[in-house]
Structure formats: structure tokens, C-alpha cells
Design a protein around this ligand. Structure first.
Ligand code: NAD
Ligand code: UDP
Length: 318
């Protein structure tokens, strides 16, 4: 298979590119490097079947040669990233998704959309299964991301219904692991970086809000399964182990051995109170379920951040 991964230099995209290359696929990574980094895929250049092209998915894209599948991951994903790039985020979800779908249509390829649990907004139903329509504030600051992804899902299914394109939608819940940007503002990357640097851990609100945390290798197995199936979805991909943000802060302090204090900051506007996936559909249709317990995944992630921050310090000193 020759697979296009848009957003392939980002956190999830770089792991997906690697998983596909390791099983013998050819991979074309398209990225505009707005939130991703070339270092995330530097180790993949040794694979002759790996191509990387700078491309903005919101502008028309073309890829020479045959394409068997398109995985569309290109979009800012961390709240501080999409809040500082609101128009680019809307464009990535709308025009970017249309361009990725067109690429799939021209090549008669399968198309998989990386959607998000944010389509459920601040959910009034708990836990969330795929039948739930969500509770999104359409004019709040987060709407640039949530509504862009809801449009992306709508246009993806319209391509299937009107043009017969083979599409699949996954709704990804909070995922963490190596290759996150240390200061991207997401909760796991922030807490680990703060703990390792001896800075206070910034807990927003009272810390009682919950998220479900999936380790990246589990998530990527789900993406690969979706690419290889003919399932349309939407399918939730996430770890149903639910954590409060306050407990997560304690876990990070415990694993890092840090004596950082915990500092409370105001809760961002429209911050969802609870979030946890029902994954029955993923289990039944893709044979997928997460395997890495949060404490294990967090230990691996802390180790990666420790090495990464050490390299950064060494580079700054030399
Ligand atoms: P990320 O920011 O690390 O990666 C996104 C990548 O897309 C980056 O490399 C960025 O440079 C690239 N990109 C952004 N806009 C682009 C454009 N217009 N053209 C080309 N490239 C562009 O984020 P991530 O966590 O790896 O997320 C990847 C995808 O998964 C996103 O679509 C995100 O919405 C979705 N997702 C992620 C999570 C999560 O917890 N990580 C949860 C839900 C959904
Ligand atoms: N959060 C926090 N401190 C931080 C970053 C995030 O307490 O430094 C909280 C945030 O308010 C939210 C949860 O952690 O309740 C997850 O935030 P993240 O930005 O990682 O993801 P999302 O809100 O998109 O689920």
C-alpha cells in the first residue's frame, strides 16, 4: 500500500508513519509544520519508502503516483494552538478535509478522518458513545476546532453518500506519549515538562474535570485497523480509564519524583467537565481495545521527555 498521511510530522502522525513503514507500506507525509516538527520524522528518513513534502492541506494538494489510502490528520490539536490559529484551524477542518477527500477520490483510495471527542463538546451524556450528537457551543472560542471537525465529519459522509468514496471516521479521545511538543499546552505535556523543570503544575479550575488518556501506541493500532477495514464509523478510539486532572497531576509528581507545587489557574471557557469513551463499537468492528495502562504509558512518556529536555539543555549550553 502507498498511504498519504497528512499532518504526518505531528505527534500522532509521526507514530502512524512509523507503524505503516515498519509493516512495509510506502508513506507520503504531507505537513506544513505549523505545529509539527521535522525532528518527529527525522528517524524515518532511513526508510526508502518514506517521502516527506511540505504542503498546506488548506490549499489544493497533489501527490504524484498511485495512492491507496489517505489518513487526514492535519489540524492544530492542542487548545492553545487552535486558539492562536483560529482561521487556520477552521481551514484545515473544512478546505483541508475537502482537499484530502479529493485526493482520495482521484485515486480511488480509502479515506480516514482523524476526528475528535471534541465533537461531543461538554457532553450532557456520560460516557459518550457514537450515537450521542454532542453539546457544542457553536460560537465559543473552542468552536473553531469543534465545529471544524463536525464539518469535516459531515463532508466526509457526504463524499461517501454522493460519490461513493470509501471513508472512515475515528473520534480520537485524549492521547499522550513521545513526540508531544513539551510546551504545547496540553495537560500531559505541560505537567511532565513542569514537573521535570521544577516549575509549579498548572491545574485549571479545581482539577475535578476528567479526561480518558490513551497511550499513543494503542491509538495508532486503532488508526491502522481503521485504514485496513471498510468500516465507515464514526468509531470512538480512546482509553475508557477516566482520570481527574488533579489525580493526573499527582501521578506525574509521583513518577517524576518532582517536588513541584500545584498551582490552580482559572478554568478555560467551555472546558468539558467529563469525558470518557464507550469503545464497544471499536471492539466489535475493529477488534480494538487499548492495552497500555495509564501508569505504564506515563512512565514511558516521562522517560522520553526527560531525554528530550536533557538534549535541549545540552544544545543550549554548547
Ligand atoms: P499535532 O499538532 O502534533 O499534529 C498535527 C499536524 O498537522 C502537525 O504536524 C501540523 O504541522 C500539521 N498541520 C496542521 N495544519 C496543517 C495544514 N493546513 N496542512 C498540513 N499540515 C498541517 O496534533 P496531534 O495530536 O498529532 O493530532 C493529529 C490529529 O489527530 C489532529 O487532526 C487532531 O485533531 C486529532 N486528534 C488528536 C488528539 C490527541 O489527543 N492527540 C485527540 C483528538 C483528535
Ligand atoms: N489542563 C490543566 N492544566 C494544563 C493544561 C490543561 O489543568 O496546564 C486541563 C484542561 O483545562 C482540561 C484538561 O486538562 O480540563 C485537558 O486539557 P487538554 O488541553 O490536554 O485537552 P482537552 O481540553 O482538549 O481535552
Amino acid at each position: 500500500m502507498r498511504i498519504v498521511v497528512s499532518g504526518g510530522a505531528g505527534f500522532l502522525g509521526s507514530h502512524l508513519c512509523e507503524a505503516l513503514l515498519r509493516r512495509g507500506d510506502a508513506v507520503v507525509c504531507l505537513d506544513n509544520f505549523s505545529t509539527g516538527r521535522p525532528e518527529n520524522v527525522a528517524h524515518l528518513r532511513k526508510f526508502p519508502a518514506f517521502e516527506i513534502l511540505r504542503a498546506d492541506m488548506s490549499v489544493a494538494v497533489d501527490v504524484h503516483g498511485p495512492v491507496d489510502a489517505v489518513a487526514h490528520l492535519a489540524s492544530p490539536a492542542s487548545p492553545p494552538d487552535y486558539l492562536r490559529m483560529p482561521l487556520q484551524t477552521l481551514a484545515a477542518g473544512s478546505r483541508g478535509t475537502e482537499n484530502a477527500l479529493e485526493l482520495a477520490r482521484r485515486n480511488n483510495a480509502r479515506f480516514v478522518l482523524a476526528s475528535t471527542s471534541e465533537v461531543y463538546g461538554d457532553p450532557a451524556v456520560h460516557p459518550q458513545d457514537e450515537e450521542y450528537w454532542g453539546n457544542v457551543n457553536p460560537v465559543g472560542p473552542r468552536s473553531v476546532y469543534d465545529e471544524a471537525k463536525r464539518y469535516a465529519e459531515a463532508v466526509t459522509l457526504a463524499y461517501r453518500r454522493s460519490l461513493g468514496i470509501d471513508v472512515g471516521i475515528v473520534r480520537i479521545f485524549n492521547t499522550y506519549g513521545p513526540h508531544m511538543r513539551p510546551r504545547d499546552g496540553r495537560v500531559v505535556s505541560s505537567f511532565i515538562t513542569q514537573a521535570l523543570s521544577g516549575e509549579p503544575l498548572t491545574v485549571y479550575g479545581d482539577g475535578k474535570q476528567t479526561r480518558s488518556l490513551c497511550y499513543v501506541s494503542d491509538l495508532v493500532r486503532g488508526l491502522v485497523a481503521m485504514l485496513g477495514s471498510s468500516e465507515t464509523g464514526p468509531v470512538n478510539l480512546g482509553n475508557p480509564e477516566e482520570w481527574t486532572v488533579a489525580d493526573l497531576a499527582e501521578l506525574v509528581l509521583d513518577i517524576t519524583g518532582s517536588h513541584s507545587e500545584i498551582q490552580h489557574h482559572p478554568l478555560p471557557t467551555d472546558d468539558p467537565v467529563r469525558r470518557c469513551p464507550v469503545i464497544t463499537r471499536a471492539q466489535e468492528r475493529l477488534g480494538w481495545h487499548p492495552e497500555v495502562p495509564v501508569a505504564d504509558g506515563m512512565r514511558r512518556t516521562v522517560e522520553w521527555f526527560r531525554n528530550r529536555l536533557r538534549d535541549d539543555v545540552a544544545e543550549a549550553v554548547s
